[in-house]
Design a protein. Structure first.
Length: 538
């Protein structure tokens, strides 16, 4: 049983229950800090989450700018006058506010001057206002169009408070931007920045604390000269807060001398502003989702310029949270134009771009046709991957077949160049199969899906060996084994490559039909170097 003139918090978590007496001369803090009067060990709560104070005979619950918000009776609140039986919800914790009969009577006497009839009228009015607020909030939260939502918020705020004018301000890029300014007749107010007190707005947005004045000429004359010049009589300004962030504010005022906002109007406006902030956040998220869908379309179109369509489909089908990063075995192909620097110096910049675009388009089409991914262009060089992010059983075979087709495509390209008197080129291709790491690599400013590791370095260095051996395509022992020795090759002398202690066995991939995946597995012997006619110098 409560003692006389005592208010208490009954703290519930599951079956556990604790009781804390509230003192009128003490601010009761609640949060995750061990110094708080009510210590709640919950990571989702702020260290100083909310507090309860006694003001003019009323117990006031106030959110302290918490990240996840303070809820009372399932409604988000910024500042709220507690009544017996109110339930404060903070994550998994429920705090029930209780009072003795004596204190309830004292609070009632102070708030409604002890008149029982007035109390009944007040309860009826509060119930009516609550239902009205609920209907207005439901209407606002049913709108997803941001422009329509902004106008509806200010119209409903004027309707809710019986104000003359309403202004909706959002804090964007460090500035308070006026989005909507209308009067009670839904007429737009011109030059809104000069029609209200920017000092009041700045104070509310910065502090997150609402402002009310029923005699603005006296209360706020030191804060704002605008109020005096515009003859503003009474005003309300409530912050738009969601998850501890202030999005802006709703400002309502009246110029009428005989109009004063009721004491509970600010509470209603703040409750409405809390719901409006959630609606604005939902509208923002909706816009982001729609923009994300459009971005996905653009990414799909752009990505398919570098990645085969079936790989794009598989990547987009990966569930949220799944990773495309992996350590796996794949085949890397490097192709490079011989002496292109000296060639490009003889051409105009526009000619170089046109030349490369024509050449690279042909090469990319071949890579795609063989199911590979163009990882990147390094100047005039092409780096392609076979087997990442999604491996196939014949990745190495397709890579070698791709190399032969690139040589054939080069001959067609040179023929077209010869017909128009253009430059003809030679290329060298290196192919290596081995372990590598594949994934999204980069920074928050630039991110790309790529592969890294020794396998990439070896493929690049093997490609360079074509200059020394006067060859067109060189594959490594790893690639040859991965094709199940199904491609005709000529062994080349073992070579030392940077980063390797032992010589690397490499082969020239000969111009012969490379079997497809469905071809029967027939062992193709390695031809000794002296069994082949010597290659013509290149």
């Amino acid at each position: 049983m409560l003692e006389a003139n005592v208010a208490q918090l009954v703290i519930h978590k599951g079956a556990d229950q604790h009781v804390l007496d509230l003192r009128e001369d003490h601010v009761t803090t609640i949060g995750r800090s061990r110094d708080a009067d009510v210590y709640l060990d919950e990571l989702s709560l702020s260290r100083r989450h909310c507090e309860i104070t006694h003001q003019r005979g009323q117990w006031i619950l106030k959110d302290l700018g918490s990240f996840n918000g303070t809820f009372c009776n399932n409604l988000a609140v910024t500042e709220y006058r507690l009544q017996p039986g109110d339930l404060i919800q903070l994550s998994q914790w429920t705090l029930e506010f209780t009072q003795t009969r004596e204190e309830i009577a004292a609070a009632s006497r102070q708030s409604i001057h002890g008149d029982a009839m007035d109390q009944s009228v007040s309860i009826t009015r509060k119930l009516r206002n609550f239902m009205w607020l609920l209907e207005i909030s439901k209407a606002v939260n049913s709108v997803l169009s941001k422009d329509l939502l902004l106008s509806m918020i200010i119209d409903k705020a004027i309707e809710l408070t019986a104000g003359e004018r309403g202004f909706l301000i959002l804090h964007e890029g460090g500035d308070n931007v006026f989005k909507v300014a209308r009067n009670r007749h839904a007429q737009t107010i011109g030059n809104p920045e000069a029609q209200v007190s920017r000092s009041v707005i700045a104070q509310v947005v910065q502090s997150g604390v609402p402002v009310q004045s029923i005699d603005a000429q006296t209360d706020l004359k030191d804060l704002s000269a605008t109020i005096a010049s515009l003859d503003i009589r009474s005003l309300l300004c409530a912050p738009l807060k969601v998850q501890g962030r202030v999005l802006g504010c709703v400002y309502v005022d009246s110029l009428a001398t005989d109009m004063e906002f009721a004491d509970d109007t600010l509470d209603m406006l703040q409750a409405f502003a809390d719901q409006a902030a959630i609606a604005l956040e939902n509208a923002r998220l909706y816009d982001e989702v729609m923009a994300s869908r459009e971005q996905e379309k653009r990414v799909r179109q752009m990505f398919q310029k570098y990645v085969p369509a079936d790989v794009v489909r598989q990547a987009l089908a990966i569930p949220d949270g799944a990773r495309m990063s992996s350590k796996q075995v794949a085949t890397v192909l490097f192709s490079d134009i011989r002496s292109f620097t000296s060639i490009s110096e003889r051409l105009e910049p526009e000619e170089v771009v046109t030349f490369l675009n024509d050449y690279l388009q042909r090469m990319v089409d071949i890579v795609f046709d063989e199911g590979g991914i163009v990882d990147k262009f390094i100047g005039d060089a092409v780096m392609a991957i076979f087997g990442a992010p999604f491996p196939k059983p014949d990745d190495a075979l397709r890579a070698v077949r791709c190399a032969h087709r690139m040589i054939a495509g080069l001959e067609q390209f040179n023929q077209s160049q010869a017909e128009k008197g253009g430059v003809q080129i030679r290329i060298g291709i290196g192919v290596h199969t081995g372990p590598l790491i594949a994934g999204n690599i980069g920074s928050d400013r630039k991110m790309e899906y790529t592969v890294i590791g020794d396998t990439v370095n070896i493929a690049s260095r093997v490609q360079d060996l074509n200059k020394e051996f006067k060859t067109e395509i060189i594959i490594t022992q790893g690639c040859y084994e991965a094709t199940r020795r199904r491609v005709p090759v000529r062994p080349l002398p073992p070579v030392m490559v940077k980063g390797k202690e032992l010589p690397l066995q490499v082969y020239e991939a000969l111009r012969s039909k490379v079997p497809t995946q469905t071809t029967a597995r027939v062992a193709i012997p390695v031809l000794p170097a002296d069994a082949l006619p010597p290659r013509k110098p290149q």
